[in-house]
Design a protein around this ligand. Structure first.
Ligand code: MN
Length: 265
């Protein structure tokens, strides 16, 4: 016999007593959700999220309120499966329908680059930065998420500053370079999450390979999450996050409600 029953009752007891705090890492999803602008030559633009009443209690004699929701899989706070990128296209069990659900409960490390990003919107997360962080907090554990806390989520109400594209269409937003991504793969991380609109650096189209947080991570069967919220409420280590995307048939990702469980004060 193991003590898993006690662990589960301890979890519930911890949440009800406030000893374990549950933090919402998602932004609201709706017509005001900023949408990514796909770089020229990389395919079609996604639609804005839209919500339209099917019934609003009184319409057509209905008792109910419900809406038609139109959304891209990659809208708002959302999950990227390995099947999202062509480098992960041939992997088994790598879409929203088939990923094994155990992978949706995992520890998270939170690396705080808020000051660096305030000083430089083009901040690049490097392998050396990760190594320095590990000196202080220990190695990123196998199966852990790495979440980049940047303060970027505070811009979400203003799509222009959230996307932060210049007149040439280049986005100025922080993200990892290929060596940092390879470091996460070496650590056998679960995935990489960020407050910005996508997992990659704004100028990652100039990296080699291009868009390494997609190209390399998904090739290695790792996950991504973007437009995360409230990362400032998480400690550097010790968080557990719950990240199931919608079970869309062969989905490449989905909007997601991310819950983080953190030790209380
Ligand atoms: Mn995405």
């Amino acid at each position: 016999m193991d003590n898993s029953g006690k662990v589960l009752s301890g979890l519930i007891g911890g949440i009800s007593s406030g000893g374990i705090k549950v933090v919402d890492l998602s932004h609201p999803l709706g017509p005001d959700t900023p949408m990514i602008k796909v770089p020229e030559g990389h395919g079609k633009q996604p639609p804005q999220v839209s919500l339209e009443y099917i019934s609003n209690y009184t319409d057509d004699g209905g008792f109910s309120r419900w809406s038609k929701l139109v959304t891209a899989e990659h809208a708002g706070t959302h999950f990227d499966t390995p099947s999202h990128w062509y480098t992960g296209a041939d992997l088994e069990n790598a879409d929203t329908e088939s990923i094994s659900v155990e992978r949706y409960v995992a520890p998270a490390c939170v690396i705080d680059c808020t000051a660096e990003v305030e000083a430089d919107e083009d901040f690049i997360l490097t392998e050396q930065y990760l190594l320095d962080w590990e000196q202080e907090h220990g190695e990123i554990p196998v199966g852990s998420w790495l979440l980049l806390r940047s303060g970027w989520g505070k811009r979400v109400g203003d799509a222009d500053s959230f996307l932060n594209q210049d007149e040439n269409g280049t986005a100025h937003s922080p993200g990892p370079n290929p060596e940092a991504v390879r470091h996460l793969i070496k650590r056998d991380a679960c995935g990489y999450g960020t407050e910005t609109i996508g997992t990659d650096h704004g100028n990652a189209g100039m990296f080699d390979p291009v868009f390494p947080a997609h190209y390399l991570m998904h090739e290695a069967n790792k996950f991504g999450m973007s437009s995360l919220n409230n990362l400032d409420q998480l400690p550097p280590t010790g968080t557990v996050i719950v990240t199931p995307p919608l079970k869309i048939t062969k989905g490449s990702g989905s909007p997601i409600r991310v819950l983080a469980m953190v030790p209380g004060e």
